[in-house]
Design a protein around this ligand. Structure first.
Ligand code: SAM
Length: 234
């Protein structure tokens, strides 16, 4: 992977950046995504945000090496703290857990003024991201699921609007994704078959040794999820 060729995962994220966007890529690491987006003209300029020193150095080097220092500003900071109010109109956050993505959006919510599109790629816990979007007036407008090197990834795209609109069966679709559930692709089915196997192993373990109320609660929770997913896969 480099500034000209992204992984399939990041290429999918990049494909949703509106042409000419002013982009902030949060947790940019190597900064391949903003470099690629500027080189391809998806973004007119960009901010690469990073909280950790190693990735920050690597982002700076990459931006310099690509000759994009006039278009991409590399900044150190936690989440959306690196952007000013109204400075960007599109934000990408990729390759982190859903809980962290939701926390970044929550803590930086006032920085979302002027932002028209969020492109989010949680490695796990996409449900937490969908829940945050729903609770904060962001309408999910597209979803993708893809498999790369044996891993399955989801990409969520949201714009301001009617956050409830995409959902018919809220509980199941917050978990599975309303568009992904509807599409019901091979990769989607594979992801949830994997999860089902994993949850069923945990349920069996809990049934064997879990006598505490907490264990019974956890088992009930997982059984509910199994039911939701099995219904969706029928
Ligand atoms: N976005 C790139 C991608 O998808 O390939 C890099 C993903 S990397 C696994 C996650 C990056 O997010 C790390 O470089 C980490 O330092 C950064 N990160 C984690 N928490 C962050 C936060 N609160 N604010 C900014 N960056 C963060």
């Amino acid at each position: 992977m480099n500034e000209f060729h992204l992984s399939k995962r990041l290429e999918t994220v990049a494909s949703f950046i509106p042409k000419g966007a002013v982009l902030a890529d949060i947790g940019s690491d190597h900064a391949y995504l903003p470099c690629y987006a500027c080189l391809r003209g998806y973004a007119s300029k960009a901010i690469a945000g990073e909280v950790a020193d190693g990735p920050l150095r690597s982002a700076r080097q990459q931006v310099e090496k690509s000759g994009l220092s006039h278009l991409i500003s590399v900044r150190k900071g936690d989440g959306l703290a690196v952007i000013d109010h109204g400075e960007v109109d599109c934000i990408t956050i990729a390759g982190m857990g859903g809980a962290l993505i939701a926390r970044i959006l929550d803590e930086g919510e006032e920085k979302l003024t002027g932002v028209k599109r969020l492109i989010l790629q949680p490695n796990i816990g996409a449900e937490l991201v969908r829940r945050w979007l729903l609770d904060h007036g962001w309408e999910l407008t597209a979803e993708r699921i893809l498999k790369e090197d044996g891993q399955i990834y989801e990409v969520l795209v949201a714009e301001r609007g009617d956050a409830r609109r995409p959902y018919r069966h809220l509980e199941a679709e917050l978990l599975l994704g309303p568009f992904l559930r509807q599409e019901n692709s091979e990769v989607f089915r594979e992801k949830w078959q994997r999860e089902l196997r994993h949850w069923k192993r945990i349920i069996a373990d809990l049934a064997e040794k879990g006598e505490s109320e907490a264990a019974r609660e956890k088992k009930r929770e997982l059984e509910k999820k199994v039911q939701l997913v099995e219904e969706a896969l029928l």
